[in-house]
Design a protein around this ligand. Structure first.
Ligand code: SF4
Length: 349
């Protein structure tokens, strides 16, 4: 059977077995784009709704954190190194885009190399992302320490998934008890990482990013839902093991410890962020530059918070496609290439 035929078969099987209304949340931003790009929502019967969750790291970063990065970039002698998707995220009407002291990099190691070659500058890497990217940044801090690079540091606003999911899955108004779980994160953490979901009676399937992997995983969720079964299924066994990537997890633990973190749309979540341990505080920009994060309210009318909690879909926002487009975004869900609003706009979902 070709991939196309398998997808068609799964589409028919899902339609046959989907008897009741069911809501599925995709946790990962890459799934958000995959679902939109491959038109998967349109392949599902009308009683199966797929909504987006808090899996886009750019989208869940607080405006206060973005503001810290912007203020750092204004200081003489400091270069802020960042992934490109952070450039257009606004905070109090400003962005990093076009600022002279901002360098776009493709990896934290590139930022470290830049620091080595520009000793007259303090280079601060903007550390944004989940369990997937944090080990790379941990490895970069280890390398900076080994090579004694004293003009490099990281502003860590990393987040970890479990505590946010606990809040979303316990929120009765969201009605989320079925999750497409992130393949990238699971490759690092392992599938056992998501066992806590059973406590909130939430079923989950760790899914790949190709359309067949997504459709298979949706089928498994619908089947579990019908059977009244709550389980965590690993549908990506070629890359995800139960215990995860031990080397990456050891690196994470060596450099970072859990800390409270502010999530856009959800608020402060205890132990949902990663802070650089005291032993490596020389590489912690918060310590080095005595940074404090301002509390900044959301842009008027922007519903990113409700979108990240799975409470609404983008067209319900009054700005969607009118005042807010990828060329002139108001909120982070339209800025990020993995943002839900950007996906709905680009693929006309
Ligand atoms: S359409 Fe724009 S303003 Fe509305 S929720 Fe999305 S990002 Fe925010």
């Amino acid at each position: 059977m070709s991939v196309k035929d398998k997808i068609r078969y799964l589409k028919e099987e899902i339609a046959k077995i989907a008897k009741s209304d069911m809501q599925i949340m995709e946790v990962c931003g890459t799934h958000t784009m995959g679902l939109a790009k491959h038109g998967i929502r349109a392949m599902l019967p009308s009683n199966i709704k797929i909504i987006s969750g808090p899996g886009c790291p750019v989208c869940v970063s607080g405006q206060g954190d973005i503001g810290v990065a912007i203020n750092l970039a204004k200081r003489s002698g400091i270069t802020v190194a960042t992934f490109g998707d952070m450039l257009k995220v606004p905070s109090k009407g400003e962005t990093l885009l076009g600022m002279p002291n901002v360098k776009v990099v493709y990896s934290p190691m590139e930022a470290l190399a830049y620091a080595k070659n520009n000793k007259d500058q303090e280079v601060v890497f903007l550390g944004i992302g989940f369990e997937t990217t944090a080990p790379l940044i941990a490895a970069t801090i280890v390398a900076a320490d080994r090579d004694n690079v004293t003009n490099f540091s990281v502003f860590s606003v990393h987040k970890t998934v479990p505590e946010a999911l606990k809040i979303i899955c316990s929120d009765k108004s969201s009605n989320i008890s079925n999750l497409l779980l992130p393949g990238h994160v699971s490759a690092i953490t392992g599938s056992n990482y998501f066992e806590f979901l059973r406590e909130t009676k939430t079923r989950g399937v760790i899914a790949g990013f190709d359309p067949l992997g997504i459709m298979e995983s949706i089928y498994l969720l619908v089947k579990m839902f019908n059977d009244g079964c709550v389980d965590i299924i690993n549908n990506l066994t070629n890359v995800v093991t139960p215990a995860g990537n031990e080397k990456a997890l050891a690196l994470l633990d060596k450099i970072f410890k859990p800390t409270d973190s502010y999530w856009r749309g959800i608020g402060m979540i205890p132990r949902s962020g990663l802070e650089i341990r005291l032993d490596f505080s020389a590489y912690d920009a918060k310590v080095k530059f005595d940074l404090s994060v301002e509390d900044i309210s959301e842009p008027a009318g922007c519903r990113c918070g409700d979108i990240l909690m799975g409470k609404i879909i983008p067209p319900k926002c009054v700005h969607f496609g009118k005042g807010c487009t990828p060329l002139s975004p108001i909120g982070p869900c339209m800025v990020s290439s993995e943002g839900t609003c950007a996906a709905y706009y680009k693929y006309n979902v």
